[in-house]
Design a protein around this ligand. Structure first.
Ligand code: NAG
Ligand code: NAG
Ligand code: NAG
Length: 293
C-alpha cells in the first residue's frame, strides 16, 4: 500500500515543476506552513522538493513548536500570534478544551471563546505581516515561482494572491466545506458524510437530516475563524475580494486524505489525494496494537 502512495508524491513533484517552470531548473518555492502536526507532513514535501533541486524559503512565526531552521531551506520569521509562554499555555488550553467537549454546552461555549481568541491573534499577526512593506518588497523581488501553503491559516493564500504567485494548497480538509465551494466540487449531502457526524456514506433518513444540520454549526465556526481574510485581501488589493475568492486562488489542492481513509467522493481535476504522505514516518505497530484487532 505504501508503495502505491509513492506514485502520487512523485507525480506531484512533476506537477509542481511543470506548473512553475517551462525549463528544467530548480524552482523557487515560498513555503508558508502552519505549525504543529500540519508541518510534520508538509516537511516531507519540503524535503522532497529540496532533493529535486528546488530552492525553498520557509516563512514561519518566530515562536513555533515544530517548525525549526534546517539546512534544506532558508528560514525567515515574522512576529507570530504568540510569545513563547503564551504559546505553551494556549496549546495546553486547546487540548484541554477539545478533550472536555462532549455534548456539554458550557464546554462548547468555552471552546468557541478560545477559537475566537486564537483566530483574532492569528489574524493580527497576518495583518502585521502583510503590512510590513520591507518584508513584502523582499518577497516580491525574490520572484518565487510558487507558494506552498496550508489554507487552515489562510494568510499564505492572501499573501500568494497579493504577490500574484501561483499557490498550491496542502491540507487534510476544511471542516465547513469551503474547499468544495472554492473548487466548485459537487458535494451532495445525501451521501457525503459531514465531518464529526460519524456517519458513513450509507445513511438512514435521520442520519441524512443530521448531515444537513451539522454543517450549519461548522459554517458558523468557520465564519468566526476566517471571515476577516476576505476584508484583508480587499484592503490589500483595493477591490472587493470575498473569502471564497481567497480560497479559490489555489491552482492545485493537495489533500492529505484518501478514499481508503474516508469515503469515495467526487473530486475536481485540481484536487490531488496524497494521503500516503501521512505514512512517510511510519513505524511498525506494537504487539499490543496488533493483538487488539
Ligand atoms: C485572549 O485570551 C487571553 C488570555 O488567554 C486574554 O488575555 C486576552 O484578553 C483574550 N483576547 C481576546 C480578544 O479575547
Ligand atoms: C518587517 O520585516 C523586516 C524584514 O523581515 C523585519 O526586519 C522587521 O522587523 C519587520 N517589521 C515589523 C514592524 O515587524
Ligand atoms: C511587486 O513588484 C511588481 C513589479 O515591480 C509591482 O508591480 C507590484 O506592485 C509589486 N507587488 C507588491 C505587492 O508590492
Amino acid at each position: 500500500m505504501v508503495m502505491e502512495f509513492r506514485v502520487p508524491l512523485k507525480g506531484l513533484m512533476g506537477l509542481l515543476l511543470l506548473c512553475a517552470l517551462p525549463w528544467a531548473e530548480g524552482a523557487k518555492v515560498l513555503v508558508f506552513p502552519l505549525d504543529g502536526s500540519h508541518w510534520l507532513s508538509m516537511r516531507e514535501i519540503v524535503k522532497e522538493l529540496h532533493a529535486h533541486g528546488h530552492q525553498l524559503v520557509v516563512l514561519a512565526p518566530e515562536v513555533t513548536m515544530r517548525i525549526k531552521e534546517e539546512e534544506i531551506f532558508t528560514f525567515k520569521t515574522y512576529a507570530g500570534p504568540f510569545t513563547d509562554e503564551e504559546y505553551k499555555q494556549q496549546v495546553m488550553r486547546g487540548i484541554e478544551l477539545v478533550l472536555e467537549t462532549g455534548n456539554d454546552v458550557k464546554a462548547l461555549f468555552e471552546l468557541y471563546k478560545f477559537v475566537k481568541n486564537v483566530s483574532t491573534r492569528f489574524l493580527k499577526s497576518c495583518t502585521n505581516l502583510l503590512h510590513n512593506r520591507t518584508l513584502i518588497q523582499q518577497l516580491n523581488s525574490s520572484s518565487f515561482d510558487v507558494v506552498l501553503t496550508d489554507p487552515a491559516f489562510p494568510c499564505g493564500a492572501v499573501l500568494a494572491k497579493y504577490l500574484q504567485i501561483p499557490a498550491v494548497f496542502f491540507l487534510r480538509f476544511i471542516p465547513c466545506d469551503i474547499d468544495y465551494e472554492a473548487t466548485q466540487c459537487p458535494n451532495p449531502s445525501s451521501y457525503i458524510p459531514r465531518p464529526f457526524t460519524r456517519s458513513s456514506d450509507h445513511m438512514s433518513f435521520l442520519q441524512r437530516v443530521k448531515n444537513m444540520l451539522y454543517p450549519m454549526a461548522l459554517k458558523y465556526m468557520c465564519h468566526v475563524i476566517f471571515r476577516h481574510y476576505g476584508s484583508l485581501a480587499s484592503e490589500l488589493l483595493q477591490r472587493d475580494v470575498s473569502l471564497l475568492e481567497v480560497f479559490s486562488y489555489a491552482s492545485v489542492w493537495l489533500f492529505r486524505d484518501d478514499f481508503l481513509f474516508s469515503y469515495p467522493r467526487p473530486i475536481m481535476p485540481n484536487m490531488i489525494f496524497i494521503g500516503g504522505i501521512n505514512c512517510a514516518n511510519r513505524k511498525p505497530l506494537s504487539q499490543v496494537c496488533i493483538e487488539a484487532h
